[in-house]
Write a new protein. Structure first.
Length: 394
């Protein structure tokens, strides 16, 4: 499977073309829109989200609620575009239109400067319009289709916030059932006390004209074992998940399972022992590996975390320069969010769902969902046989 997004933050729309989905996947537009709405929410978002009310339009690849196997194209309109028609027009404009929203002072941490050097432009709007995390709305729509495929195979994906600034949940991993309630939390956190502290962190940052980052976790359940491969670097599923999560705007670090603890914990206290009994079958008393060993899923819950940096648009401008005069200048200030960590978790779900759906198709394959599910069922039967085999006593 592959998907390609297009669209600028203040252009007419975001578009995504999803290719390679099998036929017969149920497409529930209300479910896609619900994810778009979750992505728009979270405490700490700015004024833009009051303007937008993201909804998916399906242009192709779906008929009567099911995918056809042909490319699925989706569009999400930018309502704010109304206010930016001349600034974002594809046609030549008088100089005033170009000047009206020109940005000359690159924001440290944003793509502004690296993009200006890459494209040799001193109007940073040419860069930030596409670099903007607005693009993630298209990813969430694509991820919604991946989630639909996974759901048919019994795989579910959820996310929650572990940290915002100095406020964090305890070290104990959140249970799957606790995750159901996070949508009621303004910061998508399982722990009410930690959530209150997170909100205080966002309030303090906002008051100071600053921004604040954090950490989210994505968890997938009922992931079949054997997805990915240890045979080649680019087929290892841990690497593919890390790439997908790292590619989310503002993500600066990714870990799987107990990840960073692997650097300071002895092997005996880090690895998950392997147990078997007749009642529970194969099982593991812990899951510090986060559901992956050797770049291959092992049947445990998949757990991935990502660190989201504080977003680079600050009201207290950091030191920068005017790209035209090279004189010192305070970095440009745009309307902005204070914190996007709760929203980033929803994007993380989409990216993890995408990678898992792709890996499912790789292993179980087929042009229709029916074929894929039959192959999965047959493989499950083989696993059961494999695990019940024992040599006869001599
Ligand atoms: C963003 C800047 C803000 C955010 C935007 C990402 O937009 P604006 O400049 O229009 O106020 O709200 O995020 C979204 C629009 C979104 O849908 O997530 C940036 O520069 O990255």
């Amino acid at each position: 499977m592959r998907f390609l997004t297009a669209g600028e933050s203040h252009g007419p729309a975001l578009t995504v073309i999803v290719d390679g989905l099998p036929a017969g996947v149920a497409v529930d537009r209300a479910a896609l829109d619900a994810d778009l709405k979750r992505r728009q929410g979270g405490y700490g978002r700015g004024g833009r989200m009051k303007i937008e009310s993201d909804q998916v339009e399906v242009l192709s690849g779906v008929r009567h609620g099911k995918t056809l196997g042909s490319p699925v194209s989706l569009v999400i309109r930018n309502r704010d575009h109304e206010n930016w028609r001349d600034v974002m027009s594809p046609d030549p404009q008088p100089p005033e239109a170009k000047k009206r929203r020109a940005l000359k002072h690159p924001r440290p941490g944003h793509a502004d400067l690296s993009g200006a050097l890459k494209y040799l432009t001193d109007d940073l709007r040419d860069v930030l319009e596409r670099a903007s995390a607005r693009e993630t709305t298209a990813r969430v729509a694509a991820g919604g289709l991946a989630k639909a495929l996974l759901a048919a195979a019994g795989v579910q994906v959820r996310s929650h916030v572990l940290r915002i600034g100095r406020a964090a949940v305890g070290a104990e991993p959140a249970t799957w059932d606790a995750l159901a309630a996070v949508e009621e939390s303004p910061v998508r956190c399982v722990d009410a006390q930690a959530a209150a502290a997170m909100i205080a962190e966002i309030d303090a940052a906002k008051k100071a004209g600053d921004s604040v980052g954090g950490v989210f976790e994505v968890i997938a359940r009922e992931v079949p074992p054997g997805l990915g491969s240890f045979a080649h670097w680019d087929r290892r599923l841990d690497g593919r998940l890390a790439q997908a999560l790292m590619s989310i705007q503002a993500v600066k670090a990714v870990s799987l399972g107990a990840g960073f603890r692997g650097g300071d914990t002895p092997g005996s206290a880090f690895h998950d022992e392997i147990l078997f009994d007749d009642e529970r079958g194969l099982h593991r008393p812990s899951n510090r590996a986060g559901g992956l060993e050797g770049g291959v899923t092992n049947g445990e819950e998949l757990r991935a975390q990502a660190v989201v940096k504080p977003i680079p648009t600050l009201l207290i401008g950091l030191r920068s320069i005017d790209l035209r005069t090279k004189e010192p200048q305070t970095a440009s200030v745009e309307r902005s969010d204070t914190c996007v960590v709760p929203a980033a978790g929803v994007v993380g779900e989409a990216m993890v769902a995408w990678v898992l759906a792709d890996a499912m198709l790789e292993k179980f394959g087929g042009d229709s969902l029916t074929e894929m599910l039959e192959h999965l069922e047959a493989t499950r039967r083989l696993w059961r046989e494999f695990l019940s085999r024992r040599p006869r006593p001599a």
